[in-house]
Write a protein that binds this ligand. Structure first.
Ligand SMILES: NC(=O)c1ccc[n+]([C@@H]2O[C@H](COP(=O)([O-])OP(=O)(O)OC[C@H]3O[C@@H](n4cnc5c(N)ncnc54)[C@H](OP(=O)(O)O)[C@@H]3O)[C@@H](O)[C@H]2O)c1
Length: 345
């Protein structure tokens, strides 16, 4: 069966999810909805844009008028879209908190729902990262794809935990201040600590890996390209550095980068994805700096980077397959998604 998908909220994440849906052999992008005639929606619907020809809807009557007044062809409101009768899954990519407000409307139309990491965990039946808990999302009504930071921590920690056993973990996060197009956000000359201890990331990891003991601290830094995490793991048993590198090498959606080969910063790694001609230089994989992977006694250390705008895109695609039960095998879904997005392993 072809899974019929609609996306609500066409910003940083929504435009990527919608585009990724169009690349799946087993999915169809039926419609999209957004709030205003932003440059993003105008561009993606241009004749050469990735969503050209997709039916467009507006969040409500007021915004429908606004978009029509701006010269856009709009088919109706969110409710009109949801009432079409040809949608199996709605992916809500609106800003954090809006998804929760939209939930009763989705439920009225009895649609399967996918939410993003800006929503509270309570919005959905399952918080999701494909490798860790695909099976838990099979045939449920709603899934929350956890945030970019959480996705990277779950992928790496799940890999170490399943291979060697994690007693406890600590992550220090340097978070990007804004996404590249956001010209009204900062800081531009400050480092801003998260004042809650733990930062919200450790409890968020536990929404996917409830058994994992983890603590996190976070600061926001003036950069737009990526987040960087410094991770310390107390292992249940001693392992060699080589075994850890092997485990990361074998894991899906985790790449090892050598600083000595020139991949010495977030900038030089992002440049690789520009040169690979990935759409929008998207980097769906977690990038671990090989030299930083080290073992001292029963402690394991590494530093990794997260392309915040795109790391969660493959997870959204896998979540769509899981929630509909159309693919019950986690690895088959991951393989299909990886192939469609050009993820090599
Ligand atoms: N950005 C990231 O790096 C990132 C990474 C992982 C997860 N997430 C999560 O993904 C979700 C979306 O974030 P984002 O960064 O994509 O946000 P974004 O760039 O601000 O995009 C949100 C889009 O939703 C539209 N919108 C706002 N209210 C709406 C409504 N009531 N109905 C329909 N559309 C509405 C916005 O329209 P306007 O054009 O009018 O503003 C905008 O186009 C959040 O939960 C966020 O936490 C974000």
């Amino acid at each position: 069966m072809t899974i019929r998908v609609a996306v609500n909220g066409i910003g940083t994440v929504g435009k990527r999810v919608a585009h990724a849906v169009t690349l799946q052999k087993d999915m169809k992008l039926v419609a999209i909805c957004t709030r205003s005639p932003s440059p993003v929606i105008r561009t993606v619907l241009e004749p050469n844009g990735p969503l050209y020809g997709t039916d467009l809807y507006a969040s409500d009557k007021e915004h429908l008028k606004m978009m029509k007044d701006a010269g856009m062809i709009v088919n109706g409101t969110l409710e009109d879209m949801l009432g079409r009768g040809d949608i199996d899954v709605i992916v809500d990519c609106t800003p954090g908190g809006v998804g929760e407000k939209n939930k009763p409307i989705y439920e009225k139309f009895k649609l399967k729902q996918i939410y993003e990491g800006g929503e509270k965990a309570s919005v959905a039946d399952v918080s999701f990262t494909a490798v860790a808990n695909y099976e838990k999302a099979l045939n449920v009504n709603s899934v929350r794809v956890v945030s970019c930071n959480t996705t990277s921590l779950v992928r790496t920690l799940w890999t170490i935990d399943t291979n060697f056993g994690v007693k406890e973990a600590f992550a220090a996060l340097a978070r990007r201040a804004a996404d590249p197009p956001e010209d009204k956000k900062g800081p531009i000359n400050a480092i801003v600590p998260s004042l809650s201890v733990p930062s919200h990331h450790a409890p968020d990891v536990q929404t996917v890996l409830p058994h994992l003991k983890i603590m996190s601290l976070a600061v926001v830094v003036p950069t737009t390209l990526a987040h960087v995490h410094m991770v310390e793991v107390t292992l249940k048993k001693k392992v060699s550095r080589e075994k850890v590198l092997e485990a990361f090498n074998e894991a899906t959606r985790i790449l090892l980068f050598k600083g000595k080969e020139g991949y010495s910063s977030t900038a030089s790694i992002i440049e690789k994805f520009r040169d690979l001609c990935r759409p929008r230089y998207d980097m769906y994989e977690v990038g671990v700096w090989e030299e930083t992977v080290d073992v001292k006694g029963n402690k394991l250390y590494w530093i990794h980077m997260v392309h915040q705008e795109s790391i969660i895109i493959p997870e959204n695609i896998d979540a769509i397959r899981a929630i509909t039960g159309e693919e019950t095998d986690k690895w088959k879904s991951i393989e299909k998604t990886n192939k469609s997005l050009g993820i090599l392993k």
